[in-house]
Unconditional design. Structure first.
Length: 317
């Protein structure tokens, strides 16, 4: 198998590349490094089955030779990133998806789009099932990401229906693990970074908003199972164990200890459409893929903390 991964130098993309190489694939990583980093894939550079190409996937994507799969993971994915790069986020979800689908069509390759739980917006249905259409503010701050992914799903289904392409859609819920950036603005790395530095742990609002955290190794396993399945409709991949942001802060504080304490701060303006609840219904993943998460939160948090701790120690030395 020869597989192209757009955004392959990012947090999720790099773990996908690792997994594919372990499965015997040849991997071709395309990334313009706006939010990705070669640090995430440097351990693969000596592998003769791996190739990295610095490339903006919103432009024409040329790959010499056969391609069996195209996995489109290119996109800023955290609020900090897509608020810093709103136009690029919209372009990679629209033009980038179109170009990636075009590559898959030209190579008669299977295509998988990394969509997101954010297509559900601030949901009025809980937990979220794949047949829920969502509650999204298209002109809000978060709309650049939400609508980019909604368009990407629509484009993917159009290629499937009109061109007969083999397409897959994975809706990814909150994921964490090694290779996240401490400064990406998401709750877990923010809390862990603050606690490791002995700073106050800042919780926006009253902390009652909920999330469901899936360890990256579990997520990648689910994505691969979807890729090799016959399922063409969207599938949620995430951990259905729901907890509040305040619970996350308390668990981080208990895990790290030290002199940090939790403080509440008002929600910034760009968090106005921040989802109040988030929990995947993974019935389809269980029934169709035989998948469900296995790594406990205690195990996953510990592994992630050690990654962040070693990174901070390297910076200090």
């Amino acid at each position: 198998m020869r597989t192209v991964v757009t955004g392959g130098a990012g947090f999720l993309g790099s773990h996908i590349c690792d997994y594919l190489l372990d499965k015997g694939h040849e991997g071709i990583c395309l990334d313009n490094l706006i939010t990705g980093s070669t640090d995430n894939i440097c351990h693969l550079m000596g592998n003769d089955r791996f190739m990295f190409l610095k490339h903006d996937v919103t432009n024409y994507n040329f790959i010499d030779g056969d391609v069996d799969n195209v996995l489109h993971f290119a996109s800023p994915a955290s609020p900090v990133d897509y608020l810093n790069y709103p136009i690029q986020t919209l372009k990679v979800g629209s033009l980038g998806t179109h170009k990636a689908l075009g590559l898959a069509k030209a190579k008669t390759a299977r295509f998988l789009i990394a969509s997101t739980s954010e297509i559900y917006g601030d949901p009025q249905v809980h937990p979220q099932t794949e047949d829920y259409w969502g509650n999204v503010n298209p002109i809000g701050y978060r709309g650049v990401y939400d609508e980019a992914k909604r368009f990407a799903e629509a484009m993917t289904m159009a290629y499937h229906r009109y061109h007969g392409g083999e397409t897959r859609i994975v809706r990814i819920f909150n994921t964490y693990g090694p290779r996240m950036r401490l400064d990406d603005g998401r709750a877990l790395p923010t809390f862990m970074g603050q606690a490791l530095r002995g700073e106050q742990i800042t919780v926006f609002g009253d902390g009652s908003q909920t999330r469901s955290f899936c360890y990256v190794a579990d997520l990648v396993e689910g994505i691969y199972r979807l890729l090799v399945s016959d399922e063409t409709m969207p599938v949620n991949i995430g951990n259905p164990e729901e907890l509040s942001i305040m619970q996350v802060a308390n668990e981080v504080l208990e895990l790290i200890g030290g002199r940090s304490r939790i403080v509440r701060t008002p929600l910034p303006n760009d968090y106005a459409d921040d989802p109040k609840v988030r929990r995947p219904d993974i019935t389809r993943a269980r029934n169709i893929l035989g998948w469900e998460p296995k790594v406990t939160r205690a195990e996953g948090f510990k592994a992630t903390l050690e990654y962040f701790r070693s990174g901070l120690e390297e910076q200090a030395s």
